[in-house]
Design a protein around this ligand. Sequence first.
Ligand code: FAD
Length: 486
Amino acid sequence: MLRITLPLQNDVAPVPNIRRVAIIGGGFTGATIARLLALHGQYCPHEIVVFEPRAHLGGGLAYDTDDPSLRLNVAAHRMRAVPGDPQAFVRWLSRSGRLERDPGAVANGAIYARRADFAAFMAGQLQPVLDSGTVRHVRERVERICRRYGRWQIEADGGASLQADVVVIATGHPPPMPPGELVCHLRDDPRFIRDPSRPGALQAIGQDDKVFVVGAGLTALDATAALRHRRHRAAITLLSRTGHLPQPQAAGDFAPHGDFLIGVPNTALSLLKQVRFALKEVTEGGLPWQSVFEALRHQGQAIWRTLPLDEQRRVLRHLRRRFEAHRFRMSPQIAELVDSERAAGRLRTCAGRIIAVRPGPAEIVIDIAVRPRGTVERHAAQWVIVATGPGHGNVIGSQSCLAGLERLGLLAEDPRGLGIASDYDSRALARDGYPVEDLFVAGPLARGTFGELTGVPEIAAQAERIVQQILAMSFATTRTITIRSM
Ligand SMILES: Cc1cc2nc3c(=O)[nH]c(=O)nc-3n(C[C@H](O)[C@H](O)[C@H](O)COP(=O)(O)OP(=O)(O)OC[C@H]3O[C@@H](n4cnc5c(N)ncnc54)[C@H](O)[C@@H]3O)c2cc1C
């Protein structure tokens, strides 16, 4: 590999080096980058193109839904979606009249807005830059990205083909990966729902059909809420390895508790000890345990950076499940639904793993080796839903445009199995381990490097940093060319 830094001609009369930025994916991440680039950039770059098959920018998989039963998992005042204006969403909720029209939004002393409202807020944020023509929305799915004459060539499924100087990959959450046992026996069975977030995925389920859900996290609870909203009344069983459901949000407001950067934990064990100590402190002080997880969230990226790769892997292996059940909490409205459904005996959880699946004409029979003893429990249901959440282990393989970049050696899997490898400047790391100067990885796809990069506030902060880098590249007086031997 050879890196050469050359002077550019624009050091006398500055001319932007970057004419077009292409953003692949227009969910919360891609839309935020496009908007910030348009607002900060003024006359540069000349054009920002967002490829996004959905009708509106800013919603993405997480918020593009018209189901009123689906709410944000986080209180509106904690969403902090707009850098520099953390209360923009709360203000919009009351000014737009959405809050008034949603009496169920307030619970536990905070607003848990509908996800559709957050998508509408984001679409509104993008409208001015779309109207001005600074941002162009191409409603197509990108299939191929390659290099041509020093620029990027992008081709999409509807025939769009253009060149760009910088590409930002913001394709977000990959589809779930169903357990092999289910795929093997139910591959083409119409009663097997591989992705409940797809519009209309739950439509065919009858009110009295029993449902077996694989997964017991927030995606499984979304499916439960959506079914009950459609007056579904039969039994729902949620299967997971531990049988635990996500924890609830705490009532009222509270400050984050704990400083995990003092004494800098550099092993999984020392981090666990610090967390346990902080939890003991809040219990004795009468504070909610959620305050410790808020502190972990705020300091998450700095903590992750202090851990060597082996220790990061250890955290993922031993602490991830417990951490996620406490970090990704359910809204009070969902907690209330879960309580009432469990009390009525209509919602059950089951801890174990699938050992056999037999699709019959009336029902699908599933045998579970139940934890901890391994005894076999038999379940029967009319429908099986996969709600294991996004399959981050197969991000690159799930998209032809990413797989193509990997084949060219310009993209690599994150070594922790958390998405796409990037450096701390969010630049994609090529197969040779060096960053690709004009290829950025944004949003949860870059979690491996940053650790905490799933929630809206952390993504918004990363978006701001990426935009600053693109702007700096725009008026740079030198350019580094990397010659790779692939
Ligand atoms: C169900 C759910 C609920 C959540 N709730 C909250 C919450 O309440 N609070 C919070 O802080 N965080 C929440 N999150 C976290 C969420 O990860 C982030 O808030 C954020 O939405 C991630 O946005 P994204 O744009 O990176 O990904 P996504 O939302 O997945 O969007 C990616 C977009 O890229 C598009 N795309 C994919 N491939 C291509 C391609 N090849 N060409 C063109 N376009 C493509 C897709 O159509 C999609 O719209 C939630 C996440 C999920 C999944």
